[in-house]
Write a new protein. Structure first.
Length: 312
């Protein structure tokens, strides 16, 4: 769970960022707010364990993360570990973009929860669950209960909307976070996933949907896999999505996507009232790449974007 420090010009490895003391046993994503002298990191799992695919027993054996870790920015030392619960697996973590903000959100893959983390009046940091995606009781899948598997989250540059992807269920959600303590669901769209009609999975009990969603077809192509990494245009009106998580997990959960290659799609965003709609004219098919099929993952805007910009 430690960090490597690189030279910002040459990318030469300078050494470890932290300056001794206790380190978390696991690491993954991080975000920082220098005005609050803090960096907060998340935890995925033991690399050699997750590299072989997902096995539920590995969670029970403690090979996956459950904490977000708070670091003192100036001393580069771990000062606090916040437990989000057994089997939570916190992945993507985001502060609000406002550089004075002392709060943010983290998505927990396996527990299907989004937690708001914040600085308390007394000084230490804390976290509270503000969104819960319920599991679905299913037949024909790895487990009798299927989690959404929140794999990516992002916050619009104006700090008004939070987006996240449920890679297994297959939906992307948009929440109004004008009140960060009480996010409100204002947009949702399914882009494939494991519960689409006509697939091997039968949903037996669903606390959210009345029926299994239809498969997504764009320009005659049935979209494989489920929505994964997200990127939002700077004006907040175009949400881009790819559907490859990690090749071993792709092969385990969506083998047809590995064979066909992944895609990049675009959603049109209603930034006034909230709402998401698939753009039927936009399809980047990485199955047709030279040397393909390819699995596309991260997206970046040149010069900074919603998932990389941190203002000082």
């Amino acid at each position: 769970g430690s960090f490597i420090l690189l030279d910002g010009t040459t990318f030469e490895v300078k050494g470890n960022w932290e300056k001794g003391g206790k380190n978390p046993s696991l690491g993954y994503d991080f975000w920082y707010q220098p005005r609050h002298n803090v960096l907060v990191s998340s935890e995925w799992g033991v690399p050699k364990i997750l590299a072989r695919g997902f096995h539920p027993a590995d969670v029970d054996q403690g090979h996956y993360g459950r904490h977000i870790n708070v670091w003192d920015w100036s001393s580069r030392s771990l000062i606090q570990e916040i437990d989000l619960g057994k089997g939570s697996i916190p992945l993507e973590i985001r502060f609000l973009h406002d550089p004075d903000a002392s709060q943010g959100f983290v998505g927990c893959a396996l527990s299907g929860a989004v937690h708001r983390f914040y600085k308390t009046q007394e000084g230490p940091w804390a976290a509270e669950k503000v969104i819960q995606v319920p599991n679905k009781k299913v037949q024909g899948w790895l487990l009798p209960e299927m989690p959404g598997l929140i794999t990516d989250i992002l916050i619009s540059l104006d700090d008004r909307f939070l987006y996240f992807s449920n890679w297994i269920h297959g939906d992307i959600r948009q929440y109004d976070i004008s009140d960060p303590k009480n996010p409100k669901l204002v947009g949702q769209v399914f882009l494939g996933g494991s519960i689409s009609k006509g697939g091997p999975v039968t949903v037996l009990e669903d606390r959210e949907l009345q029926a299994q969603p239809e498969p997504l077809v764009i320009q005659g192509k049935k979209i494989p896999g489920g929505p994964q990494m997200l990127q939002l245009s700077l004006d907040g009106k175009r949400l881009y999505v790819t559907n490859s998580l990690y090749s071993t997990w792709d092969q385990q959960f969506y083998p047809s996507m590995v064979q066909e290659g992944s895609v990049m799609l675009q959603l049109d965003v209603d930034t006034a009232k909230g709402g998401l709609e698939v753009n039927p004219k936009f399809l980047v098919d990485f199955g047709k790449e030279p040397g393909g099929p390819c699995l596309a993952h991260e997206m970046r805007y040149p010069g900074g974007d919603c998932t990389s910009d941190i203002w000082l």
